[in-house]
Design a protein around this ligand. Structure first.
Ligand code: HEC
Ligand code: HEC
Ligand code: HEC
Ligand code: HEC
Length: 123
């Protein structure tokens, strides 16, 4: 093969690989929301959760919260997909309210931070 053909072939390969990469990226990338409104009723008021703030400013790792995800590139599920409002007795997967409270308040307690109900819940 002469040099020009080799070069053309290399360029075609590069273009093909780039396309494959772009398509995969588009198929797998899932936007992580900056702020998330968590509101299941219950009378205490809704919670506007600073998602971005937590992983970007406070340096909390994705999988410290998304504890069933393999890594930060995994598809992230909603907590309530598994933690239902009511769980069957004896299920190790706690109910939704406890899942949120144990994770959010648990971590804050670990770092000596004591938030009032109204610091998270807004009417
Ligand atoms: C401090 C805890 C915490 C950290 C850290 C965190 N997340 Fe989340 N994330 C949540 C909560 C809570 C939700 C809302 C889940 C729900 O609606 O049930 C959420 C929602 C999401 C969603 C939307 C899921 C959906 O289907 O609505 C994506 C995507 C996501 N997170 C990705 C990430 C990525 C990527 C990182 C790391 C860069 C990350 N998260 C770090 C707690 C966290
Ligand atoms: C794919 C299902 C699934 C998803 C999604 C999920 N969990 Fe869990 N979670 C479980 C199961 C099962 C357990 C019990 C076994 C274990 O600890 O892994 C658990 C345990 C927990 C515990 C410890 C239980 C305790 O006694 O305090 C907390 C806290 C928790 N989850 C919070 C969350 C939060 C918050 C989210 C969303 C950011 C979430 N989970 C997403 C399935 C899930
Ligand atoms: C793994 C640790 C961790 C988890 C889980 C976590 N947080 Fe935090 N949170 C932090 C840290 C660190 C700070 C910042 C402390 C500081 O300002 O020094 C913080 C601060 C906050 C603040 C104070 C407001 C602000 O912007 O300064 C609120 C409100 C809050 N978190 C809500 C939540 C909610 C709601 C959840 C659950 C959905 C949650 N956090 C889960 C670590 C965590
Ligand atoms: C660190 C933040 C945080 C603090 C502090 C907090 N909560 Fe929550 N709470 C949440 C999140 C997040 C949820 C899940 C989203 C929702 O239901 O609005 C929740 C859910 C609830 C629910 C259940 C709603 C449902 O039906 O699923 C009740 C009730 C509740 N909280 C009451 C309280 C009370 C009372 C206090 C104070 C003693 C308190 N919370 C303190 C974050 C917090």
């Amino acid at each position: 093969m002469d040099k020009n053909k080799e070069r053309l072939l290399a360029l075609c390969l590069m273009a093909a690989l780039f396309l494959v990469g772009a398509v995969c990226y588009a198929a797998y990338s899932q936007e992580e929301p900056n702020r998330i409104l968590l509101d299941f009723g219950g009378g205490q008021g809704k919670v506007m959760f600073g998602h971005y703030e937590h992983f970007e400013d406070f340096d909390v790792a994705c999988i410290d919260c998304h504890h069933t995800a393999e890594d930060e590139l995994s598809e992230m599920q909603k907590c309530g997909d598994c933690h239902l409002k009511k769980m069957p007795k004896g299920d190790p997967c706690v109910a939704r309210k406890d899942a949120f409270h144990n994770q959010c308040i648990g971590c804050h307690e670990d770092i000596g931070m004591d938030l009032a109900c109204g610091d998270c819940h807004k009417k």
